[in-house]
Design a protein around this ligand. Structure first.
Ligand code: GLU
Length: 443
């Protein structure tokens, strides 16, 4: 059986790290099994769903490199939900209910006051045909509930949480359809999972009790439920996700210089027993992806850890992967020289300026000026100008360590630190290097 997974965001906002993680894990699960990964846009809420978010979700998945093998939209499938609804109604598994929000609130308060769980009392099921007709004659349109079967415990083997068991009598019959005919999440999702042949539902643990209900829906619709797995939620270091990176969408992360590979590497393993490492090779991440490594405790998302992974990913990136994002003229040698100094790729321009100039002017004392003047004359241009220059100066001046190297770096780049001079000097070029040394020697 082909593994089919799906990512089912509601287009009511931008994706954030929590749902990016769910998308990634579903993608990895499908890729690992050689299966299919579907994007399902859960847009039954016409008021809150926006086309701009649908587009943003697609763009974000593309940026992350999580291309879906198919896309479906719930708003285009309403007739299919209607059919399932009618079938369930005919089977006595959905029923009309007429309570207002206030009535339901009041019932809840009374139950809580009596120390009972606030579960819908199935009042609507006790209405006679006349009472229902009277409600409708008053102009009260019903909303619709799915009738849970109380006879048997609901059980499943959860891919992350292990054996799960729910007593259906402890769950409320969920409202599946509003009085205006619009759909709530629960039934369309189950209907789609069946229609799309989804074999594995992987989502956050906030859906665990929905799963219990949906398992009964699958059965009521005459199918075997898919496999379910619920991962622990993502939290920030101090409980909440941070305002800095944790709550940002892909656009904002990209602007801050976070590479998709860094986000993917981190979210692939966060909350698992595997170490978070700057692995840019997706195949390697997919290879090690395994639901049994997922922990039950909330996964902690730490901005600094993402930055650390990002820096390591940037340092290992090939020129070909970044060429289009570098300043004009910056070639593979320059990228190689500058790369270890970068936190984010956008900083390459600042370092590249050390090659192209102008560089910051520095003041040197008389002694150092004499040394730099000697350096200007000692400069010989060959394949290893820096090594040869420093070797010659060490010999002729007796300087070593910092005294030998720092004034040269300062005169040649205007800075106290930066890329490896052996790589940088050939990029600066002979005449420019000599001019910088002479210039510094003159003070
Ligand atoms: N649209 C639902 C959500 O975003 C989908 C949940 C699911 O994966 O079934 O929570």
């Amino acid at each position: 059986m082909t593994t089919i997974t799906r990512f089912a965001p509601s287009p009511t906002g931008r994706l954030h790290v929590g749902n990016i993680r769910t998308a990634l894990h579903n993608w990895m699960l499908a890729r690992k099994a050689g299966g299919r990964f579907l994007l399902r846009i859960d847009d039954t809420d016409a008021e809150r769903s926006k086309e701009e978010y649908v587009e943003a979700i697609r763009a974000d998945l593309a940026w992350l490199g999580l291309s879906p093998d198919g896309e479906e939209r719930q708003s285009a499938r309403l007739a299919i939900y209607e059919q399932a609804f009618e079938a369930l109604k005919a089977a006595g598994r959905v029923y009309p209910a007429y309570e207002t929000q206030q009535e339901l609130e009041l019932k809840r308060k009374i139950q809580l006051g009596r120390g009972l769980p606030p579960i819908y009392d199935r009042g609507a099921l006790k209405l006679t045909a006349e009472e229902r007709a009277a409600k409708e004659a008053e102009g009260i349109a019903p909303h619709w509930r799915f009738k849970l079967d109380h006879d048997e415990a609901i059980t499943w083997e959860d891919g992350v949480r292990g054996a799960q068991k729910f007593d259906p009598a402890q769950l409320a019959d969920p409202v599946i359809r509003r009085a205006d005919g619009s759909w709530l999440y629960m039934l369309p999702s189950a209907v789609d999972d069946i229609a799309m042949g989804v074999t594995q539902v992987l989502r956050g643990e906030d859906h665990v009790s929905n799963t219990a209900v949906q398992i009964q829906m699958f059965t009521a619709l005459g199918t075997q439920p898919p496999a379910f797995a619920h991962e622990a939620l993502l939290v920030g270091k101090e409980g909440k996700l941070s305002k800095r990176l944790g709550s940002l969408g892909c656009d904002a992360m990209r602007e801050k210089g976070i590479e998709p590979e860094a986000l993917v590497a981190m979210l692939a393993r966060l909350g698992t027993s595997l170490p978070v490492e700057p692995v840019a090779d997706r195949a390697a991440l997919i290879d090690t992806f395994d639901l049994t490594t997922f922990g039950r405790a909330p996964a902690k998302f730490d901005d600094t850890e993402l930055e650390r992974v990002n820096t390591a990913i940037v340092h290992a990136m090939d020129f070909a992967a970044v060429a289009g994002r570098l300043p004009d003229g910056m070639d593979a040698e320059a990228w190689h020289a500058i790369r270890p100094n970068l936190g984010v790729i956008a900083d390459a321009g600042e370092w590249w300026q050390l090659v192209t100039g102008p560089i910051a002017a520095r003041e040197f004392d008389a002694d150092t000026r004499a040394y730099l003047s000697e350096a200007a004359s000692a400069l010989v241009w060959n394949n290893t100008p820096w090594q040869d220059l420093t070797a010659a100066l060490k010999e002729s001046t007796g300087r070593k360590g910092r005294d030998l190297f720092l004034p040269l770096r300062q005169a040649l780049t205007g800075m106290d630190h930066g890329p490896d001079m052996a790589e940088l000097l050939p990029l600066i070029g002979e005449s420019e290097a000599r001019a910088r040394l002479q210039n510094a020697a003159q003070g």
